[in-house]
Design a protein around this ligand. Sequence first.
Ligand code: S3P
Length: 171
Amino acid sequence: MKQLYLIGFMGSGKSTVGQYTSEKLNVEYVDLDMEIERIQRKKIVDIFREEGEETFRTYETETLKAVWDKVLVATGGGVVEREENIRYMKEKGKLIYLKTSFTVIQKRLRRDHSRPLWKDTNQNEALFNKRTTLYEQVADYVIICDDKSLDEIVEEIVNIYTYNGFLSCEE
Ligand code: S3P
C-alpha cells in the first residue's frame, strides 16, 4: 500500500482538497492537524501556547507515523520542517504539493486566528518563501492551484493516484 501526502502552505486547501478527493476515490483519509487535536485533546493554538512549537512538531511527527494505514493524508504546512518527516513520507508514498500564491493565501487567511504561525506581519511572507523552496525540493508532483476549481484539482490527484497504480498496488 502506498500513501499520498498533500503538502503546501497554510491556506493552500490541503484539508478541503483531501476531503473531496478521498470521497471521489473512496479511500481512507486523514487530516493530520485534526488527528493531532483528537489525540492530544487540544486545539493546535493551545498546544502552541501551552507547550510550544517544538512539542507540537514532536506530536506532528508521531501522528504522521501513526496514520500509516491511511491512503490519503493532508499534512500541516510545517511538516517539511523536519527532515525525518520528509524521509518518512518519501519512503511511504508520494508527495503532492498544492502550490498556491502568497496573494491568494493572504486573502484566504485574512481573518484567520486558528494558525499560530500566521501572524500579522511581514514574517508571513518570509515563512512562505522559505517553505516554498522546501515544498518544491521534496514534491513528487506539483499542482498549480491558483486558477483552478476544486474539481479540477481533485481530478489531477485522481489521475496521479491512478497513474501510480495505487488502486491495485500492494507493496
Ligand atoms: C503550521 C500549519 C498548520 C498547523 C500548525 C502549524 C505550519 O496547518 O499544522 O498551525 O507550521 O505551517 P495548515 O497548513 O493546515 O494550516
